[in-house]
Design a protein around this ligand. Sequence first.
Ligand code: SF4
Length: 488
Amino acid sequence: MSGFDARLRLGGDSIREACGVYGVWGHPDAARLTHYGLFALQHRGQESAGIVASDGERIVFHKGMGLVSEVFDDERVATLPGSIAIGHVRYSTSGSSHLDNAQPIVVRYRGGWLALAHNGNLVNALALRARLEDDGSIFQTTVDTEVIAHLIARSRHGAGGELETALPAALNETRGGYALVVMNETTLLAARDPNGFRPLSLGRFPEGGWVVASETCAFDATGAEFVRDVRPGEILAIDRDGLRSVQATLAGKPSLCAFEYIYLARPDSNFEGRNVHAVRKDLGRRLALDHPVEADIVTGVPDSSLSAASGYAERAGIPYEMGFVKNRYIGRTFIQPSTTARAFGVQVKLNPLRKVLEGKRVVLIDDSIVRGTTSRRIVSLLRQAGATEVHLRIASPPYRHPCYYGIDTSFESELIAATRSVEEIREAVGADSLAYLSSEALHETITGLPDWPVAERLCLACFTGKYEVPVDGARGKFELEEGKGGRA
Ligand code: SF4
């Protein structure tokens, strides 16, 4: 499975993206910058996009289904004036993919207008929602974001429109992973969950104004300078009095999602001071050390496995080659997770380079295996193109447990590594050999470097099954997701 084109490539056999959030305070072109920021975050969600803007008195918004380029053009963005804006790109499961669930959500409550956009998943959303419904709340969407909006509206701190105190009170009732941007007519707030599962960074425009985004690549795209990562459990409030930091009371053990490094984020993003491409290359080098094999060439599955493949080739002393050409112009039709699209997906999206592969013993690097169906197709494509041996090396450990903190993954029963041994998986995908990076090697590679501030700061739950925040309440939610509750 491979990074930021995973849905296009695999049509469902993947860890699908989360969502992306972007927010601006104090820039005259807030909506336009948010538009560009969402382009940079498009890999995190392709199902819907939305922008809300405020000129200090009036909130206006537009959102729709599809890619950022399908929902917005310059004329549309021009209808969103003001110096404050937030934006969102969303990935959802097919059952909850409709306009009602597009974000940011915009509501009016006793404190005035409120707009929220969220990346993550609340593990206690079902319980919170049931309680709110018992108290008479009416929900218009199935996303967790609306639960947070209700909690803000009902907070006794929110009566005077004091969003800065109502938001921490609301978030202290939640459990799970989130990166959240919230705004009213005058204020932008940004919050990260107490464990920091989901990433969120703070930046600044040279000409003035603040920006927050899920990934730092969105700062580069909009000319902003990185200031720092938002801390786990931290809430930032920005208004005409400046930027303030409010640490929520429930800060937990920092547990940044390891999959952001392995696969989710763009290679040009940085988290905790580490560049994603550099981490992936290090993972490839470690893979070569731990799992060497005699071969003629190393290749990777485009796009994000290419970084790990180059690291493997460098350390192993085996030439790195481009084994596939990727068609980058396939539209959203192929994103739909239908069986037909899945059957076509790999062949149309990826074409193996016969001239490179013919007669060669190939090391194929991928970043993970979910159900195994895609790996089987890709190994088969290599053989059809003339590869004499295919040795599959995975730059992460066996992926055995679902994510409950905001990444849309398959159920446990669908994860091939949950029920089969490495040898059984090798046989299923048709490779000559198969090896994974160990959890220890993954952890050491990401955290064991001098510039990493503190060890043990990663979530590895989908590999180890050790969930930092209990997920019992979330299991039922995912089973019911078609009808109720949805991941943002
Ligand atoms: S369970 Fe896996 S995908 Fe989910 S936050 Fe943890 S490392 Fe990331």
